[in-house]
Design a binder for this molecule. Structure first.
Ligand code: FAD
Length: 559
């Protein structure tokens, strides 16, 4: 039998070699043609933390070191020796770097700028794999080590704290978290920045700027998520929404040479990003969390050159002009030759007067490890009879005391996959209540009690439950389209053969040809995924539609 210690050590070595690989002389010479050789002095700072222009350094002699903030302390992240290179995922995204890079000896380096690096990654698949793998693993390491330029001070009882945590996590941005209720040293930190605990969540951004209960847009602006992106030039395709369908469209469009910009009002991943484990997506027999799937797709889209604007929602479509333009919340107009609408859907909110009081403070619309942590060992309620609700119930049953699953219909057979129904039926921790609905929520700062009615007997029960997961029916994100494209009776976008002669006449369809599959009543504007009328509401179909739409984008661009 193999000695466990030696196996562990060799595993660790193999991992270290993936995170900080040493390139061969041939690989270095292939990088060298994309950059220029430089001598650097001992102590010279090659990259400041937070610098806007991303650059990569390959060390050919000497030694350089990267360090980053962890909380308020600067720690060494890595020592880069001959044959090794600097950089992490910001090299792909163009966002501000997190680490400072300093020569600790007189050194010889090859400096490569981001544009050159992107073209190298796309053209040289061997080096592309080595660089991409190292960048992604280094970001994972920074997150695990809580390195980074963000300190979040919050409380688990505060809805804003959960929102900010989710936003940073789903954007793959590392942060240190200090809990007001648990950490003793927090007052010293707040005093240092002259803020009071009453303003939670407080985000200390890049070690300097203090944001009190910031919006996602303010966080994105402070961290410079979108700084490297030119919003004004006319793109071949603007994709609105970075859920599975939008990310798939971005990967296919960018890999086929189109100039692509993705606009996302929140963070990449969409509804799938709020799933703990997707088990029916092809190629992942053990399942994959929505967060991980989104992170991979995001990196893949960037590898091919797609750009993605975060926390920048489309507010209006200017459809009377050509090229079309999409107005953002801040008034900027983004011009586009073609548009792919991938804005998906959101869970219907329960019609209870005081619901918003508890959103994020006991009422949640996603069930990931983050929410599960908040309700470990307690009773929870899941509302909804679809796959998302079933998945959430099975997932939460692992850590909570008991899951009450409330559905309005007689059973689950019509709305849920058979494998999930079986797991729910076999799970003694899940109490399925059919033909039941929530009637009241009570609590002060946090949800404390929930009442529900059995619609057959009319009986109302009240339980001390502090966590309610709502996954009941979806409403499409189409409000911003404001009459530009034909919608069905439920507000989903009609496309291709679903558009009737009357729809096209009402929309004044100007072309001799009929709309392509997935094309809306506006030529060159496509709709994919959950936002499209008749779509299947699955990750695989959303991904499929996103990629199919790109084939038609090419045709429209050549018309
Ligand atoms: C908890 C949960 C679990 C699920 N589990 C599974 C599963 O196991 N298997 C499966 O096949 N399916 C599952 N689904 C369904 C699947 O996630 C969806 O079908 C899929 O995410 C749809 O992808 P989409 O890209 O069309 O839309 P969405 O995922 O809804 O993404 C739309 C994106 O558009 C953004 N957006 C909205 N409006 C705007 C705007 N105006 N401007 C810019 N951006 C905007 C949103 O922020 C969002 O990121 C699950 C869904 C949920 C909620």
């Amino acid at each position: 039998m193999a000695d466990k210690t030696s196996v562990d050590t060799s595993d660790k070595n193999a991992r270290a070699e993936e995170v900080f690989p040493t390139l061969t002389a041939d690989q270095i010479s292939r990088i060298a043609v994309h950059g220029h050789a430089r001598h650097v002095e001992q102590g010279e700072v090659l990259i400041e933390a937070g610098e806007e222009t991303a650059r990569l350094f390959v060390v050919t002699a000497g030694q350089i070191e990267t360090s980053a903030l962890s909380g308020t302390v600067r720690r060494i992240v890595a020592v880069i020796q001959p044959g090794m290179f600097t950089g992490e995922v910001t090299m792909l995204s163009g966002r501000r770097g997190l680490a400072q890079t300093t020569a600790t000896e007189p050194s010889e380096v090859i400096e490569v700028d981001r544009g050159e690096l992107l073209s190298l990654v796309q053209k040289d698949s061997e080096l592309g794999d080595i660089l991409m793998r190292a960048f992604i693993l280094r970001r994972v390491m920074l997150i695990a080590g809580q390195f980074g330029d963000v300190v979040l001070v919050g409380s688990i009882h505060c809805a804003g704290t959960l929102r900010v945590k989710e936003f940073l996590t789903r954007n793959g941005h590392p942060y240190s978290y200090i809990d007001l209720d648990r950490d003793d040293g927090v007052q010293d930190l707040l005093d240092h920045f002259h803020v009071s605990a009453a303003h939670v969540p407080i985000l200390i951004c890049r070690g300097k700027v203090v944001l009190r209960d910031p919006t996602n847009e303010e966080i994105a602006a402070c961290l410079g998520f979108n700084d490297a992106i030119d919003q004004t030039h006319i793109r071949d395709a603007v994709i609105v929404g970075a859920g599975p369908s939008g990310l798939a469209a971005a990967v296919y469009a960018a890999s086929e040479g189109l100039d692509v910009l993705v606009l996302e009002s929140n963070a990449p991943g969409g509804q799938a990003g709020s799933s703990s484990k997707i088990e029916n997506y092809l190629g992942f027999p053990l399942g994959i969390s929505g967060q991980e799937l989104a992170a991979r797709a995001y990196a893949q889209a960037q590898k091919f050159g797609a750009e993605l604007m975060i926390a920048k929602g489309a507010k209006q479509l200017a459809c009377e002009r050509k090229p079309y333009a999409i107005a953002l919340e801040d008034g900027v107009q983004v011009p586009a030759r073609t548009i792919i609408i991938a804005t998906g859907a959101e869970y219907r909110r329960l019609s209870l007067e005081n619901l918003s009081q508890f959103e994020g403070a006991g009422v949640y619309y996603g069930a990931t490890a983050m929410e599960a942590q908040l309700c470990g060992g307690e009773d929870v309620i899941v509302v909804g009879g679809g796959n998302a609700a079933g998945q959430a119930a099975v997932f939460l049953a692992q850590t909570s005391k008991r899951v009450h699953m409330l559905v309005r219909s007689k059973g689950l057979a019509d709305s849920m996959s058979r494998y999930l129904i079986r797991r729910i039926e076999d799970n003694p921790g899940i109490n399925l209540r059919s033909q039941s609905e929530i009637t009241a929520l009570e609590g002060s700062n946090h949800l404390e009690r929930v009442s529900w009615r059995d619609n057959v007997t009319g009986e109302v029960e009240t339980h001390n439950v502090r966590h309610l997961f709502v996954m009941a029916g979806a409403i499409p994100n189409t409000h911003w389209l404001d009459g530009c494209v034909a919608l069905d009776a439920k507000g989903f976008i009609k496309t291709g053969p679903d558009l009737s002669t009357e729809d096209l006449a009402a929309a004044r369809w100007p072309l001799a040809r009929a709309p392509h599959l997935l094309e809306t009543s506006l030529p060159g504007v496509f709709a994919v995924g959950d936002v499209r009328g008749g779509s299947l509401k699955r990750v695989a179909s959303a991904v499929g539609e996103g990629s199919i739409a790109v084939a038609f984008v090419h045709q429209v661009l050549h018309e």
